[in-house]
Every structure is written in structure tokens, then in C-alpha cells.
Design a protein around this ligand. Structure first.
Ligand SMILES: Cc1ncc(C[n+]2csc(CCOP(=O)(O)OP(=O)(O)O)c2C)c(N)n1
Ligand SMILES: [Mg+2]
Length: 374
């Protein structure tokens, strides 16, 4: 279900403007071994698979689910130090939004970012190595779970600060607009960011400047243990509408609903008609953080969790497969093999040499815009 709260938006958006079918796979070359480069390291060329069919979207949801289950296991075994924020239950949001984006589009992510990073194209072996702090990780093992980024894939970074990715996305959208680039930017953030001043400031600027920006609120009902119902006055979409930003509520457990809404939103933004706000209603099946597993926190009832689990986005995506059982079994087997490979690759990789702890703190040279500086 997608409900329009701004009547200027849905009827006038042509979803065909953004057709994920036309988004060609993007191949990124392996990086050269420049030790001063701040680009992520290479473990082979990256072929980004388009999320342009129900099977591809099921596959990506299955991959994110399996990746997160593997990460949980590796936290328990001590191979991933410090814990992570599992995205299990919310996969349809990352996959639905990224299915509506083109390879050249950009995203900013959150502390719960593995799903966004995988759906935008980072191979699971590189992300898992990053979580395990290995030199082969997507950011040489120096970023970890909350700082994974890949500028060449348009991933401007996961982010440990609630709401902080949103103004970064606005800056990228402003740059796209100045360059007249046919590019949109999606900013993922949680309901916990709704009361951050920076979100409201960014909504204002994005509206005034008509930025090609998608505000993607993943409302999973809680910020850590604080229910959104007890923290967020009014409604999220009404707040966006207050800034003149077209805003929609979307079923965040249904990948096709998210993709439809995000395609229309991206089409509108690409056509120069300004930002769109999507409130994706979703739920995290696991605790806020892997550490939560050690405590018995009573902020959610078993009934509430069961009710949301009954709407598992993995199952609804599977139901959309043409030849459901056989196709699902084949995809599940491929994903299992991919995750076995990721585990072997990550745990078989070296940890960074402590003597290089100060490498990459600064960029290796100014790259001024043409004509800006001698
Ligand atoms: C500015 C800021 N305040 C507080 C925190 C601590 N913190 C980390 S995650 C989190 C909850 C975020 O909730 P939400 O945005 O709804 O995302 P979710 O965890 O539900 O995915 C908080 C308060 C932080 N990282 N940054
Ligand atoms: Mg939340």
C-alpha cells in the first residue's frame, strides 16, 4: 500500500521515467594498488547486478538475510569485534529503493547499513571482510560495519551518527544539480532521525533548492528501545509536507511497493521537480544491536514481533517468483555458496599491519575543480 499525502505527487509522476529495466549492470574496474589512495581495495572487478526482476530482488533479499545471519554468527564467535546492527526484517526497503536507482545514482546510509551497501553493489565478500577488519575489506578493514563506503558505486557511506547521512546526501544532490547530471540521491535514515534538527534543516533546503533527493525514512517503530509512538509528535509525512515536500507512506515489508514508490519518486526528482519523502513502515526482527542479545529487554512484546514476522519480506518476495519452489531453491543454493565464499575470503584475509595505522587519514592531494585553483 502506498498512500499519497501530497496530492501533487502521485498522479503526475510517470514511473516510466525511471525504469530499472534500463539500468545496465555496472562494471567497476579493480583499483590500482596506490597505498595513498582513499579508494577501497580491489578483490576483482565488481559486476553490479541490476535488481530488475522479482527473482533478482528475491535473490538480494535472501543475500542480505543470509549475510546478516552470518554476521551474527561471526560476532558470537568473536571474528567480528564490537558487534553490528542487524538489518533482518527491513530488507525490502534497501532492495526496493536500490531497484529504483541507476548505477550512477548515490546513497547515504546509517548505522544499520549492510543491506543498503549490498543492494547498491558491494560484493558480500568485501563487506564481510570489512566487518571482520581485514585488509581485503571494502575499506581496507578500517571502517567496519558503520563506515562502509564505496564512492565508485555511489555509496557515500554508512554513518554512526543518527541523521548525519542526510545532509551529506543533500550536498551530493546539490552537486548533481549544479553539474546538470542526470543523477538522484537517496538518503536512508531511521525514525530516530525524525527529531534531529539536521533532518528538518535539510528538508527545508532540499525543498527550497528543488534537489533531486529521496528522503527514505525506515520507520521500524523504535529508536534503540524508545517507541516512535512515544517520541515522534504528529506524523513523519506531515512534517515533510510542512516543508512542501511530496510525501508518501509505503509498506516497507513489500519490496514491490517500495520499488514502485521509489521509482515514481526518483522519476519526479530526475525531472527537476524536487525531493520526495518516503516513510517506509517496517520492523527489525532482531535486537537494536547484537549486544542486545545478551540482555532480556522487555520493550517489545512477543506478540508484536510475531505479527511482523508473519509479514516477512523474504516470503512475500518469494511468492512473486514465477516457478516459486524450484526457482527459490536454486537461488537459495547460489546465495549459500556466495556466503560460504565470503566467509572463507574474509576469515582467510590478513588484518592490517599496525605500522600503517596512520595511513589514509588524509587525502593524497588536492583535486581542485577545473579553473578553481592553479
Ligand atoms: C546523534 C546521535 N544520537 C544518538 C546516537 C545513539 N544511537 C545510535 S542508534 C540510535 C537509535 C536510532 O534509531 P533509528 O534512527 O530509528 O534507527 P534504527 O536503529 O531503528 O534502525 C541511537 C539513539 C547516535 N548514534 N547519534
Ligand atoms: Mg528506528
Amino acid at each position: 500500500m502506498t498512500r499519497a499525502l501530497d496530492d501533487r505527487a502521485p498522479q503526475t509522476v510517470d514511473p516510466q521515467t525511471v525504469d530499472p529495466q534500463t539500468a545496465d549492470p555496472q562494471t567497476v574496474d579493480p583499483q590500482t594498488a596506490d597505498p595513498q589512495s582513499t579508494d577501497p581495495p580491489s578483490a576483482g572487478a565488481r559486476s553490479v547486478e541490476p535488481l530488475d526482476t522479482p527473482a533478482a530482488r528475491y535473490r538480494m533479499i535472501r543475500l542480505i538475510r543470509g549475510f546478516e545471519e552470518l554476521a551474527l554468527e561471526l560476532v558470537r564467535s568473536g571474528h567480528i569485534v564490537g558487534g553490528t546492527h542487524p538489518y533482518i526484517g527491513q530488507e525490502a526497503v534497501a532492495v526496493g529503493v536500490c531497484a529504483a536507482l541507476r548505477p550512477g545514482d548515490q546513497i547515504t546510509s546509517t548505522h544499520r547499513g549492510h543491506g543498503h551497501v549490498l543492494a547498491k553493489g558491494v560484493p558480500p565478500r568485501l563487506l564481510l571482510a570489512e566487518l571482520a577488519g581485514r585488509v581485503t575489506g571494502s575499506n581496507r578493514g578500517r571502517g567496519g560495519s558503520m563506515h562502509a563506503a564505496d564512492l565508485r558505486l555511489g555509496i557515500l557511506g554508512a554513518n554512526g551518527i543518527v541523521g548525519a547521512g542526510v545532509p551529506i546526501a543533500a550536498g551530493a544532490a546539490w552537486a548533481a544539480k549544479q553539474a546538470r547530471a542526470d543523477r538522484v540521491v537517496a538518503a536512508f535514515f531511521g525514525d530516530g532521525a525524525l527529531n534531529q534538527g539536521v533532518l528538518l534543516e535539510t528538508l527545508n533546503l532540499a525543498a527550497i533548492w528543488k534537489l533531486p533527493l529521496l528522503f527514505v525514512c525506515e520507520n521500524n517503530g523504535y529508536a534503540t528501545t524508545l517507541p516512535a509512538a512515544a517520541a515522534v509528535a504528529g506524523s513523519a509525512v506531515a512534517r515533510a509536507c510542512g516543508f512542501g515536500v511530496a510525501a508518501f507512506e509505503v509498506d516497507g515489508m513489500d519490496v514491490e511497493a517500495v520499488r514502485g514508490a521509489a521509482s515514481a519518486a526518483a522519476g519526479r526528482a530526475r525531472a527537476g521537480r524536487g525531493p520526495v519523502f518516503l516513510e517506509c513502515r517496517t520492523y527489525r526482527f532482531e535486537g537494536h544491536h547484537t549486544v542486545e542479545r545478551r540482555f532480556r529487554l522487555a520493550y517489545r512484546t512477543a506478540e508484536e514481533i510475531a505479527a511482523w514476522r508473519a509479514r516477512d519480506p523474504l516470503e512475500s518476495a518469494a511468492a512473486a517468483l514465477a516457478d516459486a519452489e524450484a526457482e527459490r531453491a536454486a537461488i537459495d543454493a547460489q546465495v549459500a555458496a556466495q556466503l560460504d565464499d565470503a566467509r572463507e575470503f574474509a576469515l582467510g584475509s590478513a588484518t592490517p599491519d599496525p605500522s600503517g595505522a596512520c595511513d589514509f587519514l588524509y587525502a593524497s592531494g588536492l583535486r581542485p575543480r577545473a579553473g578553481a585553483l592553479p
